[in-house]
Every structure is written in structure tokens, then in C-alpha cells.
Design a protein around this ligand. Structure first.
Ligand SMILES: Cc1cc2nc3c(=O)[nH]c(=O)nc-3n(C[C@H](O)[C@H](O)[C@H](O)COP(=O)(O)O)c2cc1C
Length: 302
């Protein structure tokens, strides 16, 4: 099973990616959070750093763009190529209203006519790197999916990551694995399943519902359990010392890069996932004033 670590803006930066690979591993591709492309094509300092070869040394990464402008996408793909990467991803999945109301992210799914014109333009010339997309299965309704999928199948995409929900469904509620089955059935090139994979059993269930699944993308499941990819590959669960090392290394990395207060805020945001629905742990985490108390809140046994 090929495993992609999902892009998560504000969380899965270079420090997290490098630390994860060193301590837990098991991930084949680390996806970079989106670069929001602009007319001038100037990237933010943090975006430039995030895609730089130094930041990603030794990692297999997939950069991602958020744009509805084909010329911007093509120009950015040249930049991706200059950075030394061979594939780039287009975000057709972001459900945030601030993004979709500008017709970007999953907002592009609302207008299949424009989406087709966009891809016609992008693929009208030779591209410097291959292009993949990360999509949802519709804007309002899953009934849009067969038409969207057939549109995507008309283009030479390197792979298609499918978050098995519509835009309206955001990130909660039941997923629609049957939408992924359809992609497998009609021969979409290299479909990657995404959505709510949190345990090894979730993967087994997915494979039993969708036989032939060859690749998955995992986000929140890896934040809650950073050893999940290793476990899917038959490896061990995370030990307590390993988890302490994970959180401490991340904190130290973020402290060196940002500032103590920001680093603590960032680690607390990450630790909300392993804390899950445990109200006591969440309360301890909220009150924690230093990294030691944060780690105790999330890994402590009493
Ligand atoms: C805080 C946060 C930031 C995200 N940032 C991105 C992003 O930059 N690009 C993207 O394609 N998806 C982004 N996503 C969506 C995730 O990549 C993933 O599709 C989503 O969490 C569902 O997968 P999961 O159920 O395995 O977590 C983000 C999700 C969250 C919660």
C-alpha cells in the first residue's frame, strides 16, 4: 500500500515532515500544504522555504498549488521543476468558503465547464513536471461525481486523490467509499483514497469494500497516531518514549524557527488530535504552560 501524508496547512511543515520520517517512517510521499498562487507569482517566505530542496532533503514530497488560473499553474510548475521535483498537485478539494467563493479549491468543481477549459489550457503545452489533483466527489451532492470523474479521466493526470466527501460535507459525517470504487472500476489512473483512515482496521475495511486499492492519503489519523503508516506496513505501534521524543523534537524545531510561545501554540494544536475526545486530556493540554506538561497531558497514563 502506498501511503501519502496529507497536506495540512499550518501543521505539516518541513520540521514535522523530517521529524516524522526520522522517528516513525512508513510514509511514501509527504504532501506540501498549498501555495496560494497570485498574479505576480511571488510566494510567501514560508512557502518558499517549505518547497526548498534543503527543507525536504531525503524526503519524497509533492508540492501543491491553489489557483483557478491555468497560466499561474503552468508558471508555478516550472518553479517546482527548478526546485528539483517531478510532480505537482492541484488543489480541487479545499472546502473553506473563503477559498470556494473565489472559485478556487473545491469551488472549481461547481463549474465543470470552466474546469474542462482550465485543463484544456494547462495540457495544451508540454508541462515541465507531471500533474496530479486532489479532489472531492462533488460540490453539493455525490451525484455530481460520475460526471466529474469522467472529466478528470480525459486528462493525463499522474494520479487522482479522492477525498470521499462533497464540499458541503466539509470534513465530517459519513464518507462515500463507493465513489472511490467507481474510480477503481472505470480505470482512473492511480486513484488515492482519502478520508477518515485512523486505524489499521480502517485500511482493512477500505480494502474489503474497495478491492484493488493501492494508495491512501492519511491526515488526521497520522497526527493522532504518528506510527500509523509504520503499523500499516506491519511495524510496531508507537512506544511512550518514542512519542515523547516526537513531541519534544517537534517543539525544539519549532522553537528554533519561530518563538517559544508560537512553538507551544503549534504543538498544542497538533496535540489536539491525539487528545481526541478525551475531555480530561484536553483540559490538561489547554492549561499546560510548558512542553513537559503538554506531553504529560497527552501521553500520561494516570
Ligand atoms: C488544518 C487542516 C489543513 C489542511 N490543509 C490542506 C492543504 O493545504 N491542502 C489540501 O489539499 N488539503 C488540506 N487539508 C485536508 C487534508 O489534506 C485531508 O484531505 C483531510 O484532513 C481529510 O483526510 P483525513 O480524514 O485523513 O484527515 C487540510 C485539513 C486540515 C484539517
Amino acid at each position: 500500500m502506498k501511503i501519502y501524508f496529507a497536506p495540512m496547512e499550518g501543521i505539516t511543515d518541513g520540521i514535522l515532515r523530517q521529524t516524522h520520517q526520522k522517528i516513525f517512517g512508513g510514509v511514501d510521499v509527504y504532501c506540501l500544504p498549498f501555495h496560494k498562487l497570485t498574479q505576480t507569482l511571488s510566494l510567501l517566505t514560508r512557502e518558499e522555504r517549505d518547497i526548498s530542496p534543503e527543507e525536504n532533503e531525503g524526503l519524497n514530497v509533492l508540492p501543491q498549488a491553489l489557483t483557478r488560473d491555468p497560466e499561474q499553474l503552468s508558471a508555478w510548475m516550472y518553479y517546482v521543476s527548478e526546485c528539483g521535483y517531478s510532480c505537482a498537485d492541484l488543489n480541487l478539494g479545499c472546502p473553506s468558503p473563503t477559498v470556494t467563493k473565489k472559485g478556487r479549491g473545491s469551488g472549481m468543481l461547481r463549474d465543470p465547464g470552466y474546469l474542462r477549459a482550465f485543463f484544456d489550457r494547462v495540457f495544451s503545452s508540454t508541462l515541465p513536471v507531471s500533474l496530479s489533483v486532489k479532489t472531492r466527489i462533488g460540490y453539493e451532492s455525490a451525484e455530481e461525481w460520475p460526471r466529474l470523474l469522467s472529466l478528470l479521466n480525459d486528462y493525463p493526470l499522474a494520479h487522482v486523490t479522492i477525498h470521499a466527501r462533497t464540499t458541503s460535507e466539509q470534513y465530517t459525517g459519513a464518507v462515500h467509499p463507493e465513489a472511490f470504487s467507481l474510480a477503481l472500476r472505470i480505470g482512473t489512473p492511480h486513484p488515492v483514497y482519502n478520508g477518515d483512515l485512523k486505524t489499521v482496521d480502517d485500511i482493512r475495511n477500505l480494502v474489503s469494500i474497495c478491492p484493488g486499492t493501492e494508495a491512501v492519503m492519511i491526515g488526521r489519523g497520522l497526527l493522532a497516531n504518528p506510527a500509523l503508516a509504520r503499523m500499516i506496513n506491519g511495524g510496531a505501534a508507537a512506544g511512550e518514549e518514542e512519542l515523547r521524543n516526537w513531541y519534544m523534537t517537534l517543539y525544539e524545531g519549532w522553537k528554533d524557527r519561530f518563538h517559544e510561545t508560537l512553538a507551544l501554540g503549534r504543538i498544542k494544536k497538533l496535540m489536539e488530535w491525539p487528545a481526541g475526545d478525551d475531555i480530561r486530556r484536553k483540559r490538561l493540554l489547554r492549561r499546560a504552560k510548558d512542553i513537559g506538561s503538554c506531553i504529560d497531558a497527552v501521553t500520561g497514563t494516570d
